[in-house]
Design a protein around this ligand. Structure first.
Ligand code: SAM
Ligand code: SF4
Length: 359
């Protein structure tokens, strides 16, 4: 029988000090004193690295059109029921400036995957305009899927500083079961490496509680985050969508939530200096899902700034919170109050660059 205090002490003292087997063992912990000690250790590491700060990223879901057909996602091209939209350049720029004016340190432009020269130029122009009209510190984050290295380079030159591209799972065998044949795990990893070459702060992550996914697979995901040198990690529970081939999940909602929060703690204990997000998908399973992740070592929140109509149409999974998010002062104040109730505070007007990237 291993000693939990000894293991946690070692993990807190230095990054990368847990083995795959130890990570899998921690992920298994259910409610109780051991799990509390595990999460408390992760929070101590987080507090040492970034203090009590929570960094906000204003999320804009700029389009629901997608050329891909991932088996789990409501926006997949094979879903005729998905409502498709693309926001205009002016709408995106004005919304990004609203995020900036609200003293939020970064904006995330996310959409389904579109691959065309027109789209590359469209995004380039938007990024350029946002860059011109905000401060140099304001972080422009893109999450637009797999693209050519040339597109990544042009967007970087226009002023984008970060890119989020989840690998979804570090197991190429599991990836193959979640996607059609022409969606290649290797391409996803190559994109992550291209983003690194282009000088982006790179965010990646996985879905948790997928059919056929073991605790060892999740432990491997954490080792993979180190291998690709990720700066930011965004992970969430898998949420089955009835308009996709993956209609059911292998574990209950509470089990998936518990495992996802354990992943946050394990990632923090293993990587130490990366940013770790408390994602919206956690909130889809429990009202306090994101707060639970903040109590397990997360330090980033991504409040949604998409207008309500389009937010409803951007339906990756069922149960996505729609109205409870911030598009105005009052809900933002509510979010801040819930952060302060945990003894943390919102860091305004700062990009919240993780020490991992600065190093
Ligand atoms: N299209 C881009 C891409 O795939 O990288 C960005 C947008 S995509 C909708 C963002 C993330 O949503 C995906 O990386 C995936 O992890 C997540 N997602 C999609 N369907 C999901 C589901 N059913 N449950 C949980 N997360 C899901
Ligand atoms: Fe498209 Fe991204 Fe959904 Fe895959 S996960 S179908 S790439 S929006």
């Amino acid at each position: 029988m291993r000693s939990l205090p000894g293991l946690l002490q070692r993990a807190e003292a230095a990054p990368y000090s847990l083995s795959r087997e130890e990570l899998a063992w921690l992920l298994r912990l259910g409610p109780g004193k051991d799990r509390e000690a595990f999460h408390a250790a992760a929070c101590r590491v987080r507090d040492r690295v970034s203090g009590p700060n929570v960094y906000l990223r204003g999320l804009l879901e700029i389009g629901s059109v997608c050329r891909k057909n991932c088996y789990y996602c409501g926006l997949r091209s094979g879903n005729p029921q998905a409502e498709r939209y693309r926001l205009s350049g002016e709408t995106i720029i004005e919304s990004a400036l609203q995020v900036f004016r609200m003293r939020i340190g970064s904006v995330v432009l996310q959409s389904g995957e579109i691959d065309s020269p027109e789209h590359t130029a469209f995004i380039e122009n938007i990024v350029h305009r946002i860059r011109e009209e905000t401060s140099p510190d304001f972080a422009i984050v893109l999450s637009l899927g797999e693209q050519s290295e040339e597109s990544y380079a042009r967007w970087r030159a226009a002023g984008a500083t970060r890119y989020l591209l989840r690998v979804e799972t570090s197991s190429s065998a599991l990836y193959a079961k979640l996607h059609p044949e022409d969606h290649l795990w290797r391409t996803r990893v190559d994109c992550l490496r291209a983003l690194r070459r282009q000088g982006y702060q790179v965010g990646t992550g996985v879905m948790i509680g997928l059919p056929g996914q073991s605790l060892e697979d999740l432990a491997d995901d954490i080792l993979f985050f180190r291998e690709v040198d990720a700066d930011m990690i965004g992970m969430g529970p898998f949420l089955p969508h009835l308009e996709t081939p993956m209609k059911t999940a292998p574990a209950s909602e509470e089990e998936r939530l518990c495992l996802a929060v354990n992943m946050v703690a394990a990632v923090r204990l293993y990587l130490h200096t990366c940013n770790v997000a408390a994602t919206t998908a956690l909130q889809a399973l429990a009202e306090d899902g994101r707060e639970r992740a903040l109590c397990a070592g997360a330090n980033v929140l991504m409040p949604n700034f998409t207008d309500i109509g389009h937010r409803r149409a951007y339906r990756l999974y069922p149960g996505k919170p729609v109205v409870d998010e911030i598009s105005g002062e009052t809900p933002l104040q509510r979010l801040c109050a819930s952060i302060e109730a945990l003894g943390m505070k919102v860091a305004w007007n700062v990009p919240g660059t993780p020490p991992h990237f600065r190093a």
